[in-house]
Design a protein around this ligand. Structure first.
Ligand SMILES: [Zn+2]
Length: 230
């Protein structure tokens, strides 16, 4: 196993023009970890800790806020994974842009999407693992309407949960000490998030969602996934 020194890690950089990702590769494995929201620092710390100890490839966005800056406007990087989702999100945040400007930016987003799809989904054996943190409000119950199965544990905080798209993975995670939901059905409206893209590409996807600041919980969930998901 290769250990990566985090103070000056040997890493690659993936430039998709609308954003840059630090890429840390540790040996060979089917795991592809991704951290997308720059303000969710607990998730970043959990991933940097994890990738030093376990094999896989980690993609970390180089950004400090939730949205990325793009041509004096913004977009949510977890809404770029479908054309419709990107368009809707761009309109929401940048309502006064000209039609031409929107088109140019949507074209750059499309190129970025192509590169990221190739990185994350070109190998059918891969499992894409994303890490997010939430603030007040959002919790596992917010996902009930989008989910096929749901497992809520009495002694777990509802804001900490696994969200996965593969039934076998769900059956394992539902038996874990942690909360879990299965989302294996294509939604009626694709919001452009990575989970729906993974579903479309038939690639296994697991999101590890925890409260911001709860680093030990997120590390434990990553470890559980590592030791139990093939
Ligand atoms: Zn997030």
């Amino acid at each position: 196993m290769t250990f990566v020194k985090m103070n000056n890690p040997p890493h690659l950089e993936l430039d998709v023009s609308i954003a840059k990702f630090k890429v840390i590769k540790n040996g060979n494995s089917n795991r592809k970890f991704i951290w997308l929201h720059g303000d969710e620092k607990t998730a970043k710390m959990a991933l940097e800790y994890h990738i030093k100890r376990y094999p896989g490839t980690a993609y970390l966005i180089e950004n400090d806020s939730r949205e990325i800056n793009i041509k004096n406007g913004i977009i949510d990087p977890n809404r770029i994974f479908s054309k419709a989702g990107a368009k809707k999100n761009l309109n929401k945040y940048n309502p006064y842009w000209s039609r031409n400007k929107k088109k140019t930016v949507l074209d750059s987003i499309s190129s970025a999407r192509t590169i990221l799809f190739k990185e994350l989904f070109s190998d059918q054996e891969s499992i894409v693992i994303s890490l997010h943190n939430n603030y007040k409000g959002y919790n596992i119950r917010s996902e009930i309407n989008n989910s096929d199965e749901i497992s809520i544990k009495k002694n777990q905080n509802p804001r900490d949960f696994f969200l996965c798209t593969n039934e076998n993975d769900y059956n394992i995670l539902a038996k874990s000490p942690f909360n879990a939901v299965l989302q294996k059905s294509t939604p009626s409206t694709d919001d452009g998030s990575l989970s729906w893209a993974a579903l479309g590409k038939k690639t296994r996807y697991i999101n590890i969602e925890t409260r911001l600041g709860w680093l030990s919980v997120q590390k434990k969930m990553l470890k559980y996934l590592e030791e139990n998901i093939p």
